[in-house]
Design a protein around this ligand. Structure first.
Ligand code: SF4
Length: 210
């Protein structure tokens, strides 16, 4: 049986994967390592939410160092705000740019995950990030597998997207803090612009009037 180091992106996204792995009696340890999250106050808020949840579930946790400058350097030329607004002329271009940025982000985080797993005697790596329907799932799976291969590990990737609604429900029931953007400062700006565009469209088509 593999000994899995499980990358945790946040408390809400971890709810179902931790339940499933526990039910499967999998041998796993959770790793909270997310230097992509900005600002630092937001990082601490998500970290605290996850640590409290993990403690309530009796899950063993390890943590990576919070090194946002190193993450910034890894993103390099892909940095930028790329909102995806339905019908906008720049939709396709922004989607391609965001995909490249998120690809670099997955690569950086999974390299750290695999290195830490190999150093500490794990045989496989996995991530909870795949529960989000807003991510680039295939890219994520490919990067996890590539990082695992570089370190002689197995990829225990699971596409958790079918459990997203359950994770929202459970995290609400448990009163876990749910953030409204992915993590980096650019995703925060994107989410704000996309919400504003949806609100404007909702008002414009009259469906917001009662
Ligand atoms: S949107 Fe999320 S996955 Fe993409 S670069 Fe930002 S933090 Fe990373």
């Amino acid at each position: 049986m593999d000994r899995i180091l499980l990358h945790i992106c946040c408390g809400p996204c971890s709810t179902v994967p931790l339940r499933l792995l526990t039910e499967q009696e999998a041998a796993f340890v959770a790793l909270y390592d997310n230097p992509n999250i900005q600002p630092a106050e937001e990082y601490e808020r998500r970290r605290g939410t996850f640590l409290r949840f993990a403690a309530s579930q009796g899950v063993e946790v390890r943590e990576g160092a919070y090194e946002p400058k190193d993450w910034d350097a890894a993103i390099g030329e892909h940095a930028g705000v790329y909102p995806l607004i339905e019908g906008a002329d720049d939709y396709a271009e922004n989607r391609a740019r965001r995909e490249a940025r998120c690809h670099a982000c997955y690569a950086y985080r999974f390299e750290r995950l695999a290195a830490q797993a190999a150093r500490n005697g794990f045989t496989a790596i996995a991530t909870t990030l795949s529960i989000s329907p807003y991510q680039f799932t295939e890219l994520m799976a490919d990067e996890l597998a590539a990082a695992a291969t570089r370190y002689g590990l197995n990829s225990a990737f699971v596409d958790y997207r079918p459990f997203f609604a359950e994770s929202v429900r459970v995290s609400r029931e448990m009163d876990l803090y749910r953030q409204n953007y992915c993590g980096c400062r650019w995703s925060q700006a994107e989410a704000e612009q996309e919400r504003a565009a949806r609100k404007a469209r909702y008002k414009g088509d009259g469906s917001g009037m009662s």
